[in-house]
Design a protein around this ligand. Structure first.
Ligand SMILES: C[S@@+](CC[C@H](N)C(=O)[O-])C[C@H]1O[C@@H](n2cnc3c(N)ncnc32)[C@H](O)[C@@H]1O
Length: 283
């Protein structure tokens, strides 16, 4: 039983809702080009560090004939995924010691996982479980853009809450977060150094702007709700006397954001995420 990530780093809603948006079908064209996987192939895909499972859920829609296995060492994420997403073999397990035989998969894929795992083990285990000719897809979040609506600025109650939390210097180290960051140049070089061939790179740009007319009301409201849940989970994961006030303030400002959206009063707040896709082949 390991709940380190879901209880201390990012909660289920934060990951599931943000990824559900980033891996929406309307962005598939971008991923499809970067992945270079035959849509109709009968293949075995392994997702590593799947969290609550939103990427695997999208892969199941996009690659209908694929058999998908997904692994994460956080028990809460795997329980959530098993309860809410069907058609995928979700398992608890460690990426540095994958519980699969050599040459078992056609594709390995991960999203925002590489930076948390020692590179030799991260690439080496994927190389081992991939079949010859198999493809490793590493998705890595890069610097994006964030512009808040005025009604979503940090409130006094939130400031008071965050100021009441003692700062822990080594939080990242304690939970094993982002111990192996790599630049856009280092990532493909690391993949090659660790035995992959035909390495390529590319970028998917996902802009989430609730007021943009290209988004349906359902999608726009999902964007606002995902932001709300992320803010709420951040507060709820820490004990403080000021939490209740901060939670009310967060709910009030996101209710206001939803009202403005529904009334057609545009705010043009936006979040643009840049996902780098590094693709390599096992000889
Ligand atoms: C930033 S989260 C990304 C989760 C998921 N890929 C997503 O995009 O929603 C990093 C994930 O890697 C998992 N993780 C970190 N180290 C791991 C390891 N050694 N083995 C398995 N999972 C690991 C964490 O539990 C967490 O779910």
């Amino acid at each position: 039983m390991n709940n380190i990530w879901s209880e201390n780093v990012q909660g289920i809603n934060t990951l599931y809702l943000s990824r559900k948006l980033r891996f929406d079908d309307m962005f598939f064209e971008q991923y499809e080009k970067l992945f270079g996987i035959d849509k109709n192939a009968d293949i075995k895909i392994l997702e590593i560090g799947c969290g609550p499972g939103a990427l695997s859920e999208a892969l199941r829609r996009w690659y209908k004939d694929a058999q998908i296995t997904a692994i994460d060492r956080d028990s809460n994420f795997i329980s959530f995924a098993k309860e809410n997403i069907s058609g995928i073999d979700f398992r608890e397990g460690d990426a540095v010691k994958l519980p699969f035989g050599d040459c078992s998969f056609d594709i390995t894929i991960s999203n925002t996982v590489q930076e948390h795992i020692e590179p030799t083990a991260f690439w080496g285990e994927q190389l081992r479980v991939l079949k010859p000719g198999g493809v490793c897809l590493c998705l890595s979040a890069r610097k994006g853009l964030q512009c808040n609506a005025p009604c979503l600025e940090t409130t006094e109650a939130e400031k008071e809450f965050w100021e009441s939390i003692p700062k822990s210097e080594n939080e990242r180290e304690k939970y094993g977060v982002c111990q192996y960051p790599m630049s856009e140049a280092e990532l493909p070089a690391s993949m090659e150094k660790n035995g992959f061939y035909d390495v390529t790179t590319g970028y998917a740009i996902i802009d989430l702007t609730p007021d943009a007319p290209k988004y349906s009301p359902q999608m726009a409201e999902m964007m606002i709700e995902a932001m709300r849940q992320c803010a709420l989970e951040a507060v709820e994961s820490v004990h403080s006397y000021y939490a209740e006030k901060a939670i009310s303030a967060i709910n009030a400002k996101y209710d206001e954001r939803l009202n403005l959206y529904r009334k057609g009063v545009k705010q043009w707040d936006t979040s643009v995420s840049v996902t780098m896709v590094i693709r390599g082949v096992k000889r």
